[in-house]
Design a protein around this ligand. Structure first.
Ligand SMILES: Cc1cc2nc3c(=O)[nH]c(=O)nc-3n(C[C@H](O)[C@H](O)[C@H](O)COP(=O)(O)O)c2cc1C
Length: 126
């Protein structure tokens, strides 16, 4: 999995090739969340929630249960600061207008979507 794309790239690809997914499914981002701003960016791009793995483990290693709680407190405080700076009070107010993805646009897949079969399958399921 070392060469797998970062989760946020996949989130951008969903946004680029099949944005209708966001209105119909919950999209959870799992991988690479280390800061509250990472959470805020994922939410801006349409994620419903994020997973946190290693950050919690680092807290566990450093301070046991309290260390994990401290990690979550820090993430929450960072999110609150970022949202205050963006001028929003609630996570539901976060949107594409709050994040500039231009620097990443050249790194995400830019070939043909090739999603017609998948689109038909998804439409049949939803
Ligand atoms: C030590 C460790 C073991 C993991 N084991 C599994 C596993 O057995 N199965 C699985 O689906 N994901 C596993 N994961 C992935 C986590 O569930 C989670 O998706 C990932 O850690 C999130 O990314 P992050 O660590 O960048 O926050 C593991 C992660 C770590 C750090």
């Amino acid at each position: 999995m070392d060469t797998a794309p970062p989760a946020v790239h996949t989130l951008l690809e969903i946004r680029k090739y099949c944005p209708e997914v966001f209105g119909r499914l919950e999209v959870w981002v799992d991988g690479g969340v280390k800061r509250g701003t990472d959470v805020v960016k994922a939410l801006c791009l349409g994620a419903t929630a994020v997973g946190v793995g290693r950050a919690a483990l680092w807290g566990l290693g450093a301070g046991g249960r309290e260390g994990v709680e401290r990690v979550l407190e820090i993430l929450k405080a960072e999110m609150e600061t970022a949202m205050r700076l963006l001028g929003v009070e609630r996570v539901e107010q976060l949107g594409l207008q709050h994040v500039n993805t231009r620097a990443l646009d050249q790194e995400i897949y830019d070939g043909p979507a090739g999603l017609e079969k998948l689109r038909l399958w998804v439409q049949a399921k939803l």
